[in-house]
Design a protein around this ligand. Structure first.
Ligand SMILES: Cc1ncc(COP(=O)(O)O)c(C=O)c1O
Length: 354
């Protein structure tokens, strides 16, 4: 997932430093935040230090606290449930559907109870649940906050509307492996002015406005830096090309691996989804990883079933998550990969199974 930069980032960084910038967040962060807001067609956007604190801020803004439960898929990056714990609430794990690797609506409904304050809907790898709109409507009807963890979904849509913009607050990550990166970074989007006001204060020590010391609420320092924003602005300008390239890469992998009956591809609607990673389900995963490593091809196993990790250690069964956690493999996915690179990777995978 090597990130990709060119002379534009370098030149703009030099220009910024020569222009006497203070490095910390200011006009460049504002500009980057407006660009993310416009790209996602949201009403408000706030840029923060990373895609973990963005989730924490979202939970705090929704008033999640001790005694509350937040439903979260068992298959996600650890930051999703950990942010819930950080907010003082209890993460309630839910299994996913195999078709999309996202939250299973029917199972989700069974977990809802009077303590359920919010759901953290993870749009895994730019995909969305089969019953996406049912989840959105159910949350509205039952007054459950819908926080979309769209860390992996920047550049992905549902019917031309950006993922992360269907619930109360959406959260993105700009960490190094993401489609665009600022090294570390995150964003929150919302259409709700009251939630935005809360977000704005929570990320800046609870201040009424930047630079004054009237503390209206509890808050911390989750701010950004203009140095990163300079990079983010240049990265964002490349989104059109990157979305196109991500889809091309996915299509090529699909074409070259389709006939291999030891590999299961996850159905992906490329009209909507801009796959962040190329994810497949395989047999003999450990051996395949070792085999590819010998040809200098890096891969990565899917996340584990989080409920079963030592940090949560919950004795429950989530069969779909457990199955994909056992079989799932991410293949090289950087936008820097050439078609020849992908053909080589696929030839090695096919060779392994022969
Ligand atoms: C689904 C999900 N949520 C949250 C995060 C955390 O983002 P960050 O690494 O920016 O803190 C990630 C990071 O990959 C993620 O994939």
């Amino acid at each position: 997932m090597e990130p990709s930069f060119d002379e534009n980032e370098t030149n703009q960084l030099i220009k910024y430093m020569r222009g006497g910038g203070w490095v910390t967040e200011f006009k460049k962060t504002q500009e980057f935040s407006e660009m993310v807001r416009d790209y996602t067609k949201s009403k408000f956007c706030s840029i923060v230090s990373n895609g973990t604190v963005s989730l924490y801020i979202a939970l705090m803004a929704c008033g999640v606290r001790k005694g509350d439960e937040v439903i979260v898929p068992d298959y996600t990056m650890i930051a999703s449930p950990n942010a819930i714990v950080l907010a003082g609430a209890k993460p309630v794990f839910c299994d996913i559907e195999k078709a999309t690797l996202c939250l299973d609506f029917e199972l989700f409904k069974k977990l809802v109870n009077p303590k359920t304050k919010a759901v953290m809907l993870v749009t895994v790898n730019g995909r969305y649940p089969t019953k996406y709109m049912d989840i959105v409507n159910f949350c509205k009807e039952n007054k459950i906050f819908l926080i979309e963890d769209a860390a992996q979904s920047f550049g992905s849509f549902y019917k031309k509307k950006h993922l992360g913009t269907f619930g109360d607050i959406g959260s993105y990550s700009f960490s190094a492996p993401k489609i665009i990166t600022t090294g570390q970074g995150g964003a929150l989007v919302t259409d709700n002015p009251e939630l935005y006001e809360k977000i704005r204060k929570i990320r800046d020590f609870g201040r009424e406005n930047p630079g004054n010391d009237h503390y209206l609420t509890l808050g911390w320092n989750f701010k950004f830096t203009d140095l990163q924003a300079v990079i983010g602005i240049e990265q964002l300008k490349k989104m059109k090309f990157r979305v196109k390239r991500k889809k091309e890469i996915y299509k090529l992998y699909t074409k070259l691996l389709r006939n291999n009956n030891k590999i299961e591809l996850i159905p992906t609607n490329l009209e909507d989804t801009s796959p962040w990673f190329n994810d497949i389900l395989v047999e003999k995963r450990t051996e395949l990883i070792e085999f590819l490593k010998m040809s200098n091809i890096g891969t990565r196993e899917f996340y584990p079933a989080l409920h079963s990790t030592p940090v949560y250690n919950i004795r429950k069964e989530f069969p779909i998550t457990e199955m994909v956690a056992r079989k799932g493999l991410w293949l090289p996915s950087s936008v820097k990969l050439t078609d020849e690179d992908i053909a080589y990777i696929c030839s090695k995978i096919n060779e392994f199974y022969k």
